[in-house]
Ligand binder design. Structure first.
Ligand SMILES: Nc1ncnc2c1ncn2[C@@H]1O[C@H](COP(=O)(O)OP(=O)(O)O)[C@@H](O)[C@H]1O
Ligand SMILES: [Mg+2]
Length: 335
């Protein structure tokens, strides 16, 4: 494929079958230089297969792909020199100390000893692991391990970084730490293709999204565009007095805010759910609630779960039903 654009990653008609399973069924994708593309999809959607093909670990059955201008099939050696990869499953050697892991990878990438040493020191510092440098990676916490993985993927100063579900299995705090690191890496100018099962993660890190399901791209666009399609957020309001839920619902419905979908009362939890499409609507609803003088014990916004995104985009539930919404997807808002 000749390079006709400025995209860091360019994919056309990519197909990969495993027997009867169509892991990738004609995928097109472009990632602009210096941006973060989120590839969002449930388990089994084909995300890892895509990353493995783009990092030359796997050959496609059909289609074309380039990374940093290098063809995955014809220029795999040049391609590997300009990418970094962090897999869903960690790649560091448990028995070795963090520093040794990074030094060894540097040497594998043909860095001279002195440079490999300097790079290991620099990246441990960069990912706040200097104090743990001499300890075997097996003694690291989950977050430290993931940071060591990120550091390892950065040794070769990649132009394009593949992060395959970088925070799956991490607790919310550790997930936030990893997000901060990824954001800093993007600030340094690296292009990132990140796969995730979490809408929240995609929203935190990616500027553009490609939603995949059963090997096919079912939607793509900027995060805001996709969210708008899905219907924005849900505002969850809980009055101190559960008897106030119903009057509150009527009051909000009567506000007549243009485009505001109807409220839902969750009687069991004594909460009111208000689907909102914009920050202006959020402000208007919160303002009205406050003006009414009803005492509120909690108020929060929730992003649509991946399942809701799927339902909205495809009309069917994600093939493996799951609840991607977790406690940390709820953001408190000031009243
Ligand atoms: N080595 C393999 N052999 C057979 N089937 C596979 C293999 N790898 C992946 N698959 C199948 O291909 C589909 C896509 O898998 P994968 O790319 O791992 O999805 P994801 O990373 O989105 O969870 C799944 O149905 C999976 O079971
Ligand atoms: Mg995977």
């Amino acid at each position: 494929m000749t390079r006709i654009d400025n995209n860091a990653v360019s994919v056309r008609g990519l197909v990969k079958h495993y027997g009867d399973t169509k892991a990738l069924d004609g995928v097109d994708l472009d990632v602009r230089q210096g941006t973060v593309m989120g590839v969002l999809g449930p388990n089994g959607a084909g995300k890892t297969t895509l990353v493995r093909i783009l990092s030359t670990l796997l050959k496609p059955d059909a289609g074309e792909a380039t990374v940093a201008g290098y063809d995955v099939l014809r220029q795999p050696r040049q391609l590997r020199r300009v990418i970094g990869l962090t897999g869903q499953y960690a790649s560091v050697d448990e028995k070795l100390p963090g520093w040794e892991n990074l030094y060894m990878i540097g040497r594998l990438l043909d860095l001279p000893r002195k440079d490999a040493r300097a790079r290991a020191d620099e990246l441990l510092e960069r990912f706040s692991l200097t104090e743990a440098a001499k300890r075997p990676a097996s003694t690291y916490s989950g977050g430290m391990r993931r940071r060591l993985d990120l550091a390892a993927s950065m040794i070769g100063r990649p132009q394009v970084l593949f992060l395959d579900e970088p925070t799956t299995g991490l607790d919310p705090r550790t997930r936030n730490e990893v997000w901060a690191e990824v954001k800093a890496m993007v600030g340094d100018g690296v292009t990132v293709l990140l796969t995730t099962q979490y809408m929240e993660e995609a929203e935190q890190l990616a500027s553009e999204l490609t939603v995949v399901d059963r090997g096919k791209v079912i939607a793509n666009g900027r995060v805001e565009e996709l969210k708008a399609k899905v219907g924005g957020r849900t505002l969850r309001v809980r009055p101190v007095d559960p008897l106030q839920v119903r009057p509150l619902a009527d009051m909000i419905d009567e506000l007549g805010i243009t485009g505001l979908a109807g409220t839902t009362v969750d009687g069991e939890n004594g909460t009111l759910l208000v689907p909102i499409l914009s920050d202006e609507q959020l402000t208007a609803v919160v303002g009205a609630v406050t003006a009414r003088g009803i005492t509120i014990s909690s108020i929060s916004t929730e992003l649509p779960s991946l399942d809701e995104v799927f339902l909205s985009l495809t009309g069917h539930r994600a093939s493996a039903p799951q609840d991607a919404r977790s406690a940390d997807d709820r953001q408190e808002v000031a009243v």
